[in-house]
Design a protein around this ligand. Structure first.
Ligand code: HEM
Length: 457
C-alpha cells in the first residue's frame, strides 16, 4: 500500500488544522484519503524530502510497533531546555532501547503482574472509598480534578511504596508536564521548565532514601537498588527520567480514562442505570472486592469501551532508525510516522457503528493489541495494563455505588490533546446521595465531534 500524498498545499492546510485540533484533523484526513498519508513539511524539496507519514491501519501499525530496532519511539512531549532538568526528565521508559530497555522492562514487570496487583485491591478500594466519602455532594465539582485526585492516590500510593508524603508533591509537579501541549508551547510548558529542577531534586532525594532497602518491591526502590544493564549504578538522568515517566504513565492516563468514562455514562443513562443495578446486586452493600466486580462484566466492558472511543494516548509517534520500507513506501532515516490509535480503535469491520458507545459489543470481542490500541502494542506495550484496568474498575465501582453522577445543565465539554487526551473547559459533575432522583443533562461542546451520542442518532 503506497501512502496517499497530500501535496504541498493540502499538507500546509493539514498542518494548520492539526495545530488547532490534531485528532479531528487526522480523522478527517483519513476519512477523505485512506489510512496511509504522506504530509510534506513546508521546507520539503524534491531533492531533500521532509515528510511525516500518518497511519491508521492495523498492518502498518504492527510493522511500526513490533519493529523496535527499526522504529523508535519519539518523545511526544516537547523537548525541554538543553542541559537542563526539563530535558533530562523526559528520558523515559519508551525512549530506552536495546539491552537497556530489556533490562529495565524485566526489572519492573514483577510488581505489575496479575497477582501482586490483585493483592493491592483491598487497599485501592479503601483509598477510593475514603476519597469519595470526602467529596461534597449536590454541588458542581471539577471533573478532571476529582479524577486526578483518585488516580494520584491510587497509582502513586500503591506503586511507590505507600509513600504519599514524597509521592504526591512529585505527582503534582508531573501534572504540569502532562498538561503542556506537545505542539505549541504555552503557560503549562513554561511552568514545567520552571518546576523541572525542583522535581528532579525531589526524585533524586527520594531515590537516595530508598537506597539500602533491597527487599522493597516498589518501582523507585527497584530502580534505586539495582545496577543498570552494564553493571553500573543508575545515573541521575535515568532515575529522574524513568520515575517521572512512570508517574505520568500511571496517573495521567488513568485520570483521563476515568473522566471520559464518567462523561460517557452520564450521556447514556440506560447503560448507567444497568451498570449501577448490576453493581448493587453484586456488592450487596458490602465493600468493593475484585471477586464481586468479576460478577459485573458490564463494568469491564464499560471501561474498555470508554477507552476504545477516548484512548488516553490517542496518537503514538515513531521515527525510522535507518532506511526502510513502510507499506510500499521507501522511508529514510529520521522520517517520522504518527500512528492514529484512536482511529484504529474505530475500524468498522471490527467495531460496527464505531463511533457509538456500546459496552455490550465486548461480550464476544477479543481484539489483538494492534486492533485495540489503548495500551500500545509490541515491544513497548504498556506493562501497567492490569494495574490500570483494576484501578479504573475500583474507582468507577466505588463512585457509582456511593453516589449518583450527573452533569450540570448546560455543560459544554471540549477536548484537548497534550501528552494525553483530556476533557477541556469548565467540565463539572454533581455527585448526589444515592436514592434521590437525578437529572440527566445533555452535554454540548466539541467532544461531540468524536462520538455519536444517542441524541445524535
Ligand atoms: C488507563 C491506563 C493506561 C493507559 C491507557 C496506558 C497507555 C500506554 C501506552 C499507549 C503505552 C505505549 C506507548 C508507546 O508505545 O509509545 C504505554 C507504555 C507504558 N506504560 Fe502505560 N498506560 C496506562 C497505565 C499505566 C500504568 C498504571 C503504568 C504503571 C504502573 C504504566 C506504565 C507504562 C510504562 C512503564 C510504559 C512504557 C513501556 C516500555 O517502554 O516498555 N501505564 N502505556
Amino acid at each position: 500500500m503506497l501512502a496517499y500524498g497530500l501535496g504541498r498545499r493540502r499538507s500546509l492546510g493539514f498542518i494548520a488544522r492539526f495545530l488547532a485540533d490534531p485528532l479531528v484533523t487526522v480523522r478527517d484526513a483519513h476519512r477523505e484519503h485512506g489510512p496511509f498519508l504522506q504530509i510534506d513539511y513546508p521546507h520539503s524539496t524534491r531533492a531533500n524530502p521532509k515528510r511525516l507519514f500518518v497511519v491508521a491501519d492495523t498492518g502498518l501499525c504492527r510493522t511500526l510497533l513490533s519493529g523496535t530496532e527499526t522504529w523508535v519511539n519519539v518523545q511526544i512531549n516537547m523537548a525541554g531546555r538543553k542541559n537542563h532538568a526539563s530535558s533530562r526528565l523526559v528520558y523515559g521508559m519508551t525512549r530506552l532501547r536495546g539491552l537497556r530497555h530489556e533490562h529495565y522492562r524485566k526489572m519492573f514487570l514483577p510488581p505489575l503482574k496479575r497477582s501482586p496487583v490483585l493483592a493491592m485491591a483491598p487497599k485501592m478500594a479503601s483509598i477510593a472509598e475514603s476519597l469519595v466519602d470526602g467529596w461534597p455532594v449536590d454541588i458542581p465539582l471539577p471533573l478532571t480534578k476529582i479524577s486526578a485526585q483518585m488516580a494520584k492516590h491510587l497509582a502513586i500510593g500503591l506503586l511507590f511504596g505507600d509513600d504519599s508524603a514524597r509521592g504526591l508533591p512529585v505527582a503534582n509537579m508531573i501534572g504540569s508536564l502532562m498538561t503542556a501541549s506537545w505542539i505549541v508551547p504555552g503557560p503549562a510548558y513554561v511552568r514545567w521548565i520552571l518546576e523541572a529542577p525542583k522535581l528532579e531534586r525531589a526524585i533524586l532525594t527520594w531515590a537516595a532514601e530508598k537506597r539500602g532497602n533491597p527487599d522493597a518491591q516498589d518501582i523507585l526502590a527497584l530502580l534505586a537498588n539495582n545496577l543498570d544493564e552494564a553493571g553500573n549504578p543508575p545515573s541521575p538522568q535515568l532515575i529522574g527520567g524513568i520515575i517521572s515517566f512512570f508517574f505520568g504513565a500511571a496517573y495521567d492516563t488513568c485520570l483521563n480514562a476515568l473522566s471520559w468514562a464518567m462523561i460517557l455514562l452520564t450521556q447514556h443513562p440506560a447503560i448507567m442505570t444497568r451498570l449501577v443495578a448490576e453493581l448493587d446486586a453484586a456488592l450487596d452493600r458490602g465493600p468493593v472486592t475484585m471477586s464481586a466486580l468479576d460478577r459485573v462484566p458490564l463494568l469491564e466492558s464499560t471501561v474498555k469501551e470508554a477507552m476504545r472511543l477516548f484512548p488516553p494516548v490517542p496518537l503514538l509517534m515513531r521515527k525510522a532508525t535507518g532506511s526502510t520500507v513502510l507499506g510500499g513506501e521507501d522511508v529514510k532515516r529520521g522520517e517520522r510516522v504518527l500512528i492514529g490509535g484512536m482511529l484504529i480503535n474505530r475500524d468498522p469491520s471490527l467495531y460496527p457503528e464505531p463511533d457509538r458507545f456500546n459496552p455490550d459489543r465486548w461480550s464476544n470481542l477479543k481484539p489483538s493489541p494492534y486492533q485495540y490500541l489503548v495500551f500500545g502494542a509490541g515491544g513497548h506495550m504498556c506493562p501497567g495494563t492490569t494495574f490500570g484496568y483494576q484501578m479504573m474498575r475500583i474507582a468507577l465501582a466505588t463512585i457509582l455505588t456511593k453516589r449518583s453522577v450527573e452533569l450540570p445543565v448546560g455543560s459544554s465539554i471540549g477536548h484537548r490533546l497534550a501528552v494525553t487526551h483530556r476533557p477541556h473547559g469548565k467540565v463539572e459533575v454533581i455527585l448526589r446521595p444515592r436514592g434521590g432522583s437525578i437529572r440527566q443533562a445533555r452535554a454540548n461542546g466539541r467532544f461531540r465531534d468524536l462520538v455519536a451520542l444517542p441524541d445524535m442518532l
